[in-house]
Design a protein around this ligand. Structure first.
Ligand SMILES: [Zn+2]
Length: 219
């Protein structure tokens, strides 16, 4: 059979309850016609400035390109759900299919008479997940006309750009932050201190987790 979206969603909810005590988050489920994998768990890996890793934007992808036995499709869904369990709960495993993954897999196989495997025909592709480091160095300043200005730059350019901004007579009160909020990545990093006008309310929302950056300026 070839799974439909509703089928995968229904199985996900059923197994979440049955095998994972309903502790998995409800994540988007997508069908694809990929030749290279059958099931995949997509996610974004973010690293905060302090080095803490966070997993977000989970997506379960199932390929409908090939015809599989229903039990194989079910096992592939369960396989990806074990990955989701480990990432969602921030549990440590030494590799993608490390000892923890294998322990959970054999436990589920035993308790529910499943045949979840690690690869063979039902290979997955979690290695393709987006790995992004979203740390941004953000400079904020006030324009004389009341607008708020933002610049985003590489760490190595901060001092230079700070000095350049100090020279602008219409700009005052420059402060710097480190943020891992992906919102800021929409502003291209500048090497020349390009300034963008930003809405103060929007800025406040996205700056709430930011760390102030103290510049020690040498004269
Ligand atoms: Zn896997």
């Amino acid at each position: 059979m070839r799974p439909t979206q509703t089928y995968v969603e229904q199985k996900f909810h059923e197994y979440n309850k049955l095998m994972f005590s309903n502790t998995l988050p409800h994540i988007p489920i997508r069908l694809s016609n990929s030749k290279t994998f059958f099931g995949a768990l997509r996610f974004t890996r973010q690293r905060s400035p302090l080095g803490k890793v966070k997993y977000t934007d989970f997506q379960l992808v199932i390929s409908t390109l090939f015809d599989h036995e229903e039990t194989e499709i079910e096992d592939a869904i369960i396989h990806e759900m074990i990955h989701l369990y480990i990432y969602h709960h921030h549990l440590h495993d030494s590799s993608t299919h490390g000892p923890l993954f294998r322990r959970m897999m054999s436990d589920i196989n035993q308790r529910f008479q499943r045949h979840v495997t690690i690869s063979r025909r039902l290979t997955d592709q979690e290695m393709q997940s987006a790995t992004t480091t979203m740390e941004s160095i953000i400079g904020i300043a006030n324009h004389r006309d009341g607008r708020i200005l933002l610049t985003r730059c590489a760490r190595t350019r901060v001092f230079e750009i700070h000095r350049a901004m100090k020279q602008m007579s219409e700009v005052s009160d420059i402060r710097w932050y480190v943020s891992s909020d992906s919102f800021f990545t929409r502003f291209p990093r500048t090497t020349v201190g390009k300034l963008y006008v930003i809405d103060p309310t929007l800025l406040r929302q996205h700056l709430s987790d930011a760390k102030p950056l103290q510049l020690v300026l040498q004269r």
